[in-house]
Design a protein around this ligand. Structure first.
Ligand SMILES: [Mg+2]
Length: 227
């Protein structure tokens, strides 16, 4: 069931979007990459609880982001493992929806607080050009061991997604809608023309309450009627 709320002018139904900006974790893929990394290190519950607090807005995102990385210190090869998991857990309907958008001439973007090394495995599979994929870059030494995060990319902190969405809006003309499941996705969508809350993987009532369109079905193709 999809529920429509007033907001963003209430004219969502007649809009045809030129750009659709997707979140990745729990949206295009049915997993949270960072939680899976936590499981690899046997600290699944600890990481998951931090993620939940960030996604629902109970703890500042930047603090959670750095804390999780300090705890896990993922290697490059672990990121590739997560990338494979992203692919194997692609959300039902995601490839079909993206093909449909492409045929319609819409520009598809991904803005994620995940990491490039794993995100590209999924976005390449979905044939989304890499210049349309915005993610955090982790820095590794020659042996693939974790050194740190490239903080020049704003996506590691709370307002980061919003900054990136603003840049996309400025560089590409046309109406834009964001699709995601986290509080950061909703925040970012304030600078766009609409926000679809995708609750098909992880339903977060705090975020759903703020969205003008709420999707509860697990299949992303459901979104077509709003795009
Ligand atoms: Mg997400």
């Amino acid at each position: 069931m999809a529920r429509r709320r007033q907001g963003y002018g209430g004219e969502t139904k007649i809009m045809k979007y030129k750009k659709v900006i997707f979140d990745l974790d729990s949206t295009l893929s049915s997993i949270e990459g960072i939680d899976e990394l936590g499981k690899l290190r046997n600290m699944g519950e600890r990481i998951k609880s931090l993620t939940r607090q960030a996604m629902s807005g109970r703890m500042p995102f930047g603090r959670v982001f750095i804390r999780r990385l300090e705890l896990i210190r993922p290697t490059r090869s672990e990121l590739l493992t997560i990338g494979e998991l992203y692919k194997n857990s692609v959300t039902p309907g995601a490839p079909e929806l993206i093909n449909w958008l492409r045929r319609r001439g819409a520009n598809v973007f991904v803005v994620t607080a995940g990491y490039t090394d794993c995100s590209y495995l999924l976005t390449d599979y979905l044939e989304i050009p890499r210049q349309n994929v915005f993610a955090n870059r982790l820095i590794f030494d020659a042996g693939g061991q974790f050194i740190g995060v490239d903080q020049r990319i704003p996506l590691w902190h709370g307002g980061g997604k919003r900054q990136v969405v603003s840049k996309i809006m400025a560089a590409h003309p046309g109406k834009t809608i964001c699709v995601g499941d986290g509080i950061g996705d909703w925040e970012a969508a304030k600078v766009a023309d609409g926000f679809i809350y995708f609750g098909g993987v992880a339903y977060r009532p705090e975020v759903a309450a703020k969205a003008d369109i709420v999707i509860k079905e697990r299949n992303l193709l459901t979104l077509r009627r709003y795009l």
